[in-house]
Design a protein around this ligand. Sequence first.
Ligand code: THU
Length: 161
Amino acid sequence: MHERSIQASYRVYDSISDMSAEDQELLTSARDSLSRSYAPYSNFQVAAAARMQGGEILVGTNQENAAYGQCLCAEQNVLANAGTNLFGEPVTALAVTARHSERKMDYPVTPCGACRQVMREHEDRNKHHIRVILQGESGEIFVFETVKDLLPLSFSSKDIL
Ligand code: THU
């Protein structure tokens, strides 16, 4: 028997102004989209902004439903949009932010497991890593250079194709 360890690294920014102009724009686009979230059940609004390889920015928000199982996460929403309307064009960066009507989100909200799996598939399918930028309403900003650092040992197309 022997042990292995998994390492993942990410950068932490204290201020948006320390980031590149492109990433600032992306995170700001996500923040500006929060009001388009439909979250009457959780009161937890999430927005994701995707930077396409061609430079375009697409946005998505969480869209809830009275039948809770049909709730759609912001990240999956924007990646489905990118995969359809800009078919074959890689997402190169994805900024995600969130706010809650009853408490202050002063730390980054990290994507749920299902969203990480969908993000991983987008990386594989389009053969490009996605830089993932995460911030709450305020506070630290986490930057992961690839989804693989958010989902180590992941199941993927390599296992079945
Ligand atoms: N949500 C997202 O949009 N992304 C995530 O990564 C986690 C959760 C949404 C789904 C639901 O509308 C609300 O947040 C509460 O779970």
